[in-house]
Write a protein of this length. Structure first.
Length: 534
């Protein structure tokens, strides 16, 4: 056992994991970088960043996620969205993985998931790769060193990329596996080096556990006004829609960039770091995120770099479009020290519309907010998932279907109730295409998006003149007092060269919304059913 604090009564041996090689408990960043370099897992980059490759898999494998179907969870898991695994299959998988691990070195991090101590989850990550241990140390919340003496993990995640599952033997889909067992409080990950599986498995746990406490888990970023934590905002959206970029507003305090909870007290970050996409990242557009790529300990995933100078190429997506950097929250100068905020005054639903139909911003009624939350319309962005090479229109309920173990109406009802109770204003923001669909139009200008969000968050947009959108029924501003937002941009039909072509595209999208939403109509209230589309 190497240096690093650990509760002596809570070692891996006490968990029945024996026969390993060297076990490194709770190493800090310098030690983890040194281990990664000694094990040839990565390259030291500028400023002490760690440059790594995730090998074959450069994105998540959502089709390989499984939940053990037991008496404890069989009536509460959304089985249409979560692959079932038998208890027998999991037990065999567990035994085979432990046998595979014998004699190998492993790295253990004991961490918190959740800044609110009332609702946090104490989780242990056991990883085969030293850089995975560094990654998850950034992404979750680090206990103080003396707190580790009494740390007792509630759930354990074991990540062993060199282990390959056997579909016949383990009751799974392929040799890549992410298997969750709520009875045994254990998650097993194998066959993939993609580090994002670590953090998303913990997020999925919280998504299952927190609704029972009337806490809404959210796939969102969040910030609050400078000097006023009560004036908070959350930004829902799948990867690639701009959660990280848009919440990192230099004029507001960053609470977190990906995963949060909304309790009776307010909102809180689940994590202790950020996991930002770096494709086309520039110092001019996003200076603080850009600067993290040359800071000590930042994990740089799947980026092309000059082997001599270690200079990163932010435009070369030959490895993947899902190139990323992972860094601790305090690397952002305006990050919150508490990771807490009040009940949000504004909820922003981000969508990346590859059809080029939706306006850059629209105001939603509470019923429309629940409708669009359950719909979760966006486009999968290239590289975020395996096999996605260009934007694909999709409906991902709650803006995070891959991470939702319960039925979406559970989360939708929580959102509706909290919005109603706290008087929150909801906005739908399109960061996708304008002037035409993907391949014809252009991406929404980020300066315009930022200007519109500023107007929404400071309250000035509420005083604008609005029109009723003929396709979706929500309110769209006619003009905004911001030079970055020309009036024509607010009316997507006017940005197209051919208005009739826009109408055909809009009709197609409306039909897609209606057909998708039919699955929820037996589970929702009449006010949401009455939301008129088309």
């Amino acid at each position: 056992m190497s240096v690093g604090r650990v509760n002596p009564d809570k070692t891996l041996e006490h968990q029945g994991i024996t026969g390993l090689g060297e076990v490194h408990y709770n190493l800090i960043e310098p030690d983890l970088i040194q281990q990664s370099l000694c094990r040839s897992e990565g390259t030291l980059g500028r400023g002490g960043a760690l440059l790594v490759s995730t090998g074959k898999f450069t994105g998540r494998s959502p089709k390989d996620k499984h939940v053990v179907k037991s008496d404890l969870v069989q009536d509460t898991i959304w089985w249409e969205n979560n692959r079932a695994m038998s208890s027998e299959g999991f037990d065999t998988l567990h035994d085979d993985m432990l046998a595979h691990m014998k004699g190998r070195d492993y790295f253990v991090q004991d961490l918190y998931a959740g800044a609110d101590s009332t609702h946090r989850l104490d989780v242990r990550l056991v990883t085969e790769l030293a850089w995975h241990s560094l990654f998850i140390r950034h992404m979750l919340r680090r206990p103080e060193r003396d707190e580790l003496d009494s740390f007792a993990p509630e759930f354990t995640v074991i990540n062993c990329p060199t282990f390959k599952a056997d579909p016949e033997r383990h009751n799974c889909r392929s040799d890549t596996i992410i298997a969750m067992n709520f009875d045994k409080k254990l998650i097993l990950i194998g066959g993939t080096e993609y580090a994002g599986e670590n953090k998303k498995s913990v997020f999925t746990l919280l998504n299952y556990m927190l609704p029972e406490k009337n806490v809404m888990p959210m796939h969102c970023s969040a910030n609050h006004a400078s000097g006023n934590p009560v004036d908070s905002a959350v930004f829902f959206g799948l990867s690639g829609t701009g959660k990280t970029t848009l919440s990192a507003d230099p004029n507001r305090v960053l609470i977190g960039d990906d995963e949060h909870g909304w309790s009776d007290r307010g909102i809180f970050n689940f994590e202790g770091g950020c996991y930002a996409k770096t494709i086309n990242l520039s110092r001019e557009a996003e200076p603080e995120i850009y600067d993290t790529t040359s800071k000590f300990g930042t994990v740089i995933e799947n980026m092309v770099f000059d082997p001599e100078t270690k200079e990163l190429d932010f435009d070369d997506d030959s490895l993947t479009a899902n190139m990323r950097c992972a860094y601790p929250m305090h690397y952002i100068s305006n990050a919150s020290t508490t990771a807490l905020g009040g009940h949000p005054k504004n909820v922003i639903m981000l969508t990346c519309d590859a059809f080029g139909v939706l306006p850059p911003i629209a105001r939603l009624t509470p019923a429309q907010a629940m409708y669009h939350f359950l719909s979760g319309f966006t486009s999968k962005v290239a590289g975020t998932e395996r096999g996605v090479t260009e934007p694909e229109p999709t409906f991902s309920t709650c803006f995070g279907a891959p991470f939702m173990p319960r039925r979406p109406e559970v989360y939708g009802a929580l959102l509706r109730d909290k919005i109603a109770k706290h008087g929150t204003t909801c906005w739908l923001v399109n960061t996708g295409w304008t002037g035409g669909a993907f391949g014809t139009g252009s991406r929404m200008p980020i300066k315009a998006t930022r200007a519109l969000l500023t107007a929404a968050l400071d309250g000035s947009l509420e005083n604008a003149q609005f029109r009723k959108d003929p396709n979706f029924g929500f309110d769209v501003p006619v003009t905004v007092k911001a030079s970055a937002v020309p009036d024509i941009l607010l009316d997507p039909r006017r940005t197209w060269d051919n208005g009739e072509a826009y109408d055909r595209q809009a009709a197609k999208l409306v039909k897609m919304f209606s057909e998708n939403f039919a699955q929820y109509e037996d589970h929702i209230d009449d006010d949401v059913k009455a939301v008129a589309i088309g």
